[in-house]
Design a protein around this ligand. Sequence first.
Ligand SMILES: C[S@@+](CC[C@H](N)C(=O)[O-])C[C@H]1O[C@@H](n2cnc3c(N)ncnc32)[C@H](O)[C@@H]1O
Length: 479
Amino acid sequence: MSESSVSYVSKNKLFPNEREKLFDIYKDLIETEYNLNRTLVSFQANKKEPFYRWFKYKEGFSRKLIDYFIEKYHPSKGNILDPFAGSGATLFSAREKGWKSTGVELLPIGIYNIQARLTAEKISINEFKKEVITFWEVFNSTSEVGTIIQHISITRGAFPDENENNLNRYLTTCKKVKNDATRFLLEFAAFSILEEISFTRKDGQYLRWDSRANRSYGSTEFNKGEIYDFVKIVKEKIEEIIDDLSPTQNYELFATVKNNAALYDPNILKGSSLEVLPSLEENTFDFVMTSPPYCNRYDYTRTYALELIFLNNNDEDVKKLRQTMLTCTVENKEKLDYLKNLYAVLNRSSDFDFINSLYFSHPAMSEINDVLSKLNKLGKLNNSNIPRMVKNYFYEMLFIIYELYRLLKYSGIVVMVNDNVRYGGEEIPVDLILSDFAKIIGFKINKIWTLPVGKGNSSQQMGLHGRSELRKCVYIWEK
Ligand SMILES: C[S@@+](CC[C@H](N)C(=O)[O-])C[C@H]1O[C@@H](n2cnc3c(N)ncnc32)[C@H](O)[C@@H]1O
């Protein structure tokens, strides 16, 4: 690891040096894994994969990444947990290998996607094809339009009128389909193409609006290119689903499931991991493979606002989801009291006290919190809530790590994918802080794998602070 990549070895010695000390402790465990290229780690590797290409959950793992780590660290099957399950890539990949799997996911989007896959696996493809033909006959012969899509303030005007009208007509027709599985998949097809038929583009922290919607913020004009016709594109989506499910394609993914009735369906737990994990029994799992939200201001509830309203979430629901998520946006409020109460109700106040005091006595964590609050006072952060976000991100992750330790069996493994971040020019070594938390709790830190080329940073930051790479990592911890 070259020195230049560690920006908190501060050129400006105003803020020494706890992070530097941590780096010294862990530097021999930080190693570049050349097998982990960006394509393997990110969703890109899934783009052409059956199921994963239906609804593009861009935050998802690639299937290959999960296979890679299971093969490397736990080739014999067991019981796996993903506390931030998203669309269930960990669960499905492990299941193909005969594992039992449990996933926790808060957002209805991931849950719906998982349900779609489980529904698709069980459907009779020939029946489905026939019902799709009937569906379009009914659709074409009716002009009945219910108002199905209920907008919230951040989605109003997202669809061109004709698309919204056809979407509502389509969903009205779906309601008439008697077979639950067929109806579900037809609705799911529409869910999967909302971005393509809208004026919006998912853009990390928020939903970006095409200027044609007359709703764009700021001065920059944005044109997302073609806005697809709803009927055309939903038909294509249904064909894609049929294609992936057809035996002629003989895709490995569905073939394994169809040929092996003994595989366990994943156990999906809806809700926040902060609340669900403490309620699970200790010493249950052999392996955790997960990727929590990153400490990067990414707001899932804005980015996936169209999908959330599709799934009947109103303004209040969306705001509640935003606050319940693991803190990763500047809007998140502190959860200290909530966690304190939660642990008190579970009769585990001493665990709360332990975790809480560990956090507030951690030198590098305190240093980061101090540095960010000083930078804030100097007006050097582009949002004044960044210190609160960073503080609470680590606070909540400490609870997660504590629970993972409790839930794992002896010699169980955690594989966690996460990125380092930088604010106001200060690197936040997420890998070192979380690994150090894990070590204090009792884990052995086996490795901090880094991707060959780290993540760059915004051009604005590069201008201000010069470029240095931020590590994008996979941590391996063992109980
Ligand atoms: C980086 S994504 C993980 C994606 C997943 N690896 C996949 O392959 O789809 C992080 C996930 O954590 C979920 N999440 C955020 N806060 C949560 C919480 N408190 N409890 C459970 N899940 C949460 C998000 O909705 C998101 O799906």
